[in-house]
Design a protein around this ligand. Structure first.
Ligand SMILES: C[S@@+](CC[C@H](N)C(=O)[O-])C[C@H]1O[C@@H](n2cnc3c(N)ncnc32)[C@H](O)[C@@H]1O
Length: 353
């Protein structure tokens, strides 16, 4: 992808200059568009546009005066697009039609340069909603990877919140900074004022800061290594949300959260998204879907010294049998291999909240 846009950020001057605290400016002091990553008005040089052709193929590029965009249907002049309100159709020199819009956040993150795999928009939406990311929240995330989730978190915390992102690999942190700065249109040499990108391992660095967190989001290979540090940083009632790709990771992180003892029973789920084809009488599911991307887990932090109620329900037969070698909830000794009678426990029925 070409360089980051030189377009002015929406309202850099209107955002809080300092770390948001209880004494941060009141909502009336900040322009509602501040650091949303959304531009309004005519397309400007240095902004990114997303062209969609008649077959649905997408092309993202940065508008540069005097430059041409080439495709298999001839070329288009950037100057034809600069100065127009987004949401129009342009025709290339060989007669191809292209729809022109600014990319949405969900479109930007799947087309931006990647250092590491990104959290896909369907999962970012689940994280924002079910990890309850709110305006003003103090959110910690690790690792930052390519910065995709960071963009959603920064939007959700708004101009009075804070996102502190830990990344242990410098080359990924550099990619993330470029992507996040580009999305929010940060002026050269600065970044989103509510973002703090720190190089280092979360398990080592978080305890050193002593900073409290309302929400912690983990997207990494071994999130169980960070559970103690997260438990110490989270405020009572705070939420840890973990994003893991495999069942072995899912099992280990859930059992580690249980064994910690200071979290509520972890909830685990995944989301599958299927498009639908809707055309006259032909209304049917699409042939392709976004199936497995990752599993999500959430748990809430208990108050200091408090423990969740003892579970009345016994574990499934063999769950913690001799073949199980992971972390065990407190008081859970190795079971015998004999099947356990669970009549009447309703184990197959999901809990009602
Ligand atoms: C899958 S990527 C994260 C992608 C990111 N959430 C996104 O949406 O673009 C995982 C990242 O976690 C980093 N990482 C792994 N363990 C870490 C730790 N303990 N502390 C900080 N970063 C860590 C890796 O270097 C890698 O960049």
């Amino acid at each position: 992808m070409p360089d980051a846009p030189s377009a002015e950020p929406v309202t850099a001057a209107e955002t809080p200059a300092e770390t948001p605290t209880e004494t941060s400016p009141s909502p009336g002091d900040v322009h509602p568009d501040a650091w949303s990553g959304v531009h309004r008005g005519p397309l400007r040089e240095g902004e990114w546009v997303r062209l969609t052709d008649q077959k649905g193929r997408r092309h993202n590029f940065c508008l540069v005066a005097g430059k041409r965009f080439f495709s298999n249907r001839g070329h288009l002049e950037h100057d034809e697009m600069i100065g127009r309100e987004e949401g129009f159709t342009v025709t290339s020199s060989a007669g191809g039609e292209y729809l022109v819009f600014r990319p949405l956040l969900s479109e930007f993150v799947v087309s931006m340069p990647r250092g590491a795999a990104v959290v896909y928009p369907k999962d970012a939406a689940q994280i924002v909603a079910l990890a309850d990311i709110y305006p003003g929240a103090r959110v910690v995330e690790a690792g930052v990877g390519s910065g995709a989730l960071t963009c959603s978190l920064l939007r959700a915390v708004g101009p009075y919140g804070r996102v502190t992102s830990y990344e242990r690999r410098e080359e990924f942190a550099d990619v993330a900074r470029r992507n996040v700065d580009q999305f929010f249109g940060a002026p050269a040499g600065s970044s989103h004022p509510c973002w703090d990108l720190r190089l280092g391992d979360l398990a080592e660095e978080l305890p050193r800061t002593g900073e409290p967190a309302d929400r912690v989001i983990l997207d990494m290979l071994a999130p169980w290594e960070c559970v103690d540090a997260v438990g110490d940083a989270l405020t009572p009632g705070g939420i840890v949300c973990v994003y893991v790709a495999t069942t072995t990771q899912l099992s280990r992180v859930v059992e580690t959260l249980r064994a910690h003892g200071g979290f509520t029973e972890p909830q685990a789920w995944e989301s599958l998204v299927r498009d639908w084809h809707v055309e006259g009488l032909a209304v049917r599911p699409g042939h392709k879907m976004i199936g497995h991307t990752a599993f999500l887990v959430t748990a809430r932090r208990m108050a200091p010294g408090e423990r969740p109620p003892v579970k009345k329900r016994r574990p499934a037969p063999g769950a913690y049998g001799p073949d199980y070698s992971g972390p065990r909830p407190a008081g859970m000794a190795t079971e015998s291999l004999e099947p356990v009678e669970l009549a009447g426990t309703g184990d197959e029925t999901p809990d009602e909240d």
